[in-house]
Write a protein that binds this ligand. Structure first.
Ligand code: TYD
Ligand code: MG
Length: 424
């Protein structure tokens, strides 16, 4: 069927999948009712399409590997230690960093503090807000006790106007709060749609690389999928950080989900106070502070998150199920891993757990996917099942195998450098 006139496509607002027809369910991410009609972008003759990831920065020619300047020594430190660590040891000039998180979690607060430090250390910083007026941002700044001379606030939602101001001010760092509120004149779709946020992020990527300044994009993560989530941007930006935490608790976790300039999975732990986010230098102390001493079902595990070892409490509750088969509910540890360890306890240790509900919870809202938590899970479940508390000064860690053995650090588990035994 030939289509005449301006062509439109239907794009999934969750993941960006495009289709000529409206679809009820996205075949890519499985989201229901997420397709919205958008005007298709005309692809320029020079073949620069952001959606294909084919970014063209300038007239590129092959460069000798040895002649490329390494940039690693030029990282900019903010002095906010937890933030610098999550970025892999400071900010890389020219990088595009996305900071995602639910509304109200503290993204604007964190970035205001970062803007303050950067403006003090490196020169003018531009904070563009499409959500709040300059006065609101100033009020927050006063609450945080910051008085930065080099921080400029701009309340604007039009991308082209923001670029004009950037050209005028020539800032050393740019913060966009939030990417979902900014729109480009080039597209007809509404701010916050997948095509707009991609266009905006793509333009800021070019800007960051051309001016060699860091650009921070704040992105709201919403559960209903109505606003294009940061997921749609993850492949465009250099680094993706998520600010997480429970509203009713004071601590916040900044997690690197992707980092082209450092290790992913780095964690930064903050506490939300009346004067903004303050780094927690010893997270283990915080995670163990409310530990119920002498209670069964609680075990302390040591795990490496990023580059830092951390002590975390695992709690398990084993209770007889009202229905024939027990439920398994986990928070912070993978449910399939727990199911496997429970099966191991049944088969190898002789515990009868199939008729019991088992809840396993990693205290503090963090999640750990390291195999070393296995033994902690096993110990906590066994402690709850037998109702015997574990000695409060004991730390357990180790990967548990299917035969019920605690596995050592064998060479074949090393992924990059370790030599692998033959046949593995
Ligand atoms: P905010 O940074 O505006 O969240 P986001 O940008 O992610 O939507 O902060 C949200 C909450 O943080 C708000 O409910 C008030 C609280 N808050 C503090 O507890 N202390 C502070 O110093 C500030 C500035 C905010
Ligand atoms: Mg905000």
């Amino acid at each position: 069927m030939a289509i005449k006139g301006p062509r439109t496509v239907y794009a999934c607002q969750g993941c960006g999948f495009q289709s000529r027809k409206w679809l009820g369910k996205c075949p890519d991410c499985g989201e229901w009712n997420s397709f919205v009609e958008e005007v298709e972008r005309s692809t320029k003759k020079d073949g620069v399409t952001l959606s294909r990831g084919g970014l063209k920065l300038h007239d590129n020619k092959p460069v000798r590997f040895n002649e490329i300047e390494a940039q690693d020594d030029s990282r900019e430190m903010t002095g906010i230690e937890e933030f610098d660590r999550v970025l892999g040891g400071g900010i890389v000039p020219g990088s595009l960093v996305l900071i995602g998180g639910e509304p109200g979690i503290g993204k604007s607060t964190l970035l205001s503090q970062v803007a303050d430090r950067l403006s003090e250390l490196y020169g003018n910083v531009l904070y563009v807000s499409g959500e709040e007026s300059e006065r609101q941002i100033k009020l927050r700044g006063e609450r945080l006790g910051i008085h930065p001379m080099g921080l400029f606030l701009l309340s604007e939602t039009n991308l082209e106007k923001v670029f004009d101001e950037i050209n005028r001010l020539q800032p050393q760092a740019i913060i966009i709060d939030s990417v979902q509120t900014i729109y480009s004149n080039k597209l007809e779709s509404a701010p916050g749609s997948v095509s707009q946020v991609r266009e905006v992020a793509g333009q800021f990527l070019l800007l960051a690389k051309n001016l060699t300044v860091p650009v921070f994009l704040i992105g709201h993560v919403t559960k209903d999928g109505m606003i294009a989530g940061p997921k749609a941007l993850e492949h465009i930006v250099d680094t993706v950080l998520y600010l997480e935490g429970e509203r009713h608790h004071n601590h916040r976790i900044l997690r690197a989900a992707k980092n082209r300039f450092g290790a992913a999975n780095q964690l930064g732990i903050f506490e939300m106070t009346s004067r903004g986010l303050i780094g927690v230098p010893n997270p283990s102390e915080m995670f163990l502070s409310e530990r119920p001493l002498g209670a069964s079902g609680s075990a302390v595990v040591a795990a490496i998150e990023g580059t830092r070892p951390m002590l975390v409490e695992i709690q398990a509750l084993v209770s007889s199920s009202k229905f024939g088969t027990g439920r398994r509910t986990t928070q912070g540890v993978e449910i399939n891993r727990v199911a496997l360890l429970v099966a191991m306890l049944e088969k190898r240790v002789g515990f009868h757990l199939s008729g019991d509900d088992i809840f396993v919870n990693l205290v503090g809202g963090i999640s750990i996917d390291e195999p070393a938590v296995d033994l902690g899970v096993v110990a906590a479940i066994a402690s709850s099942f037998r109702n015997i508390p574990i000695n409060q000064n004991t730390v357990v860690f180790g990967e548990v195998g299917l035969a019920g053995e605690v596995r050592g650090d064998q060479p074949c588990r090393c992924t990059s450098q370790g030599s692998r035994p033959n046949g593995i």
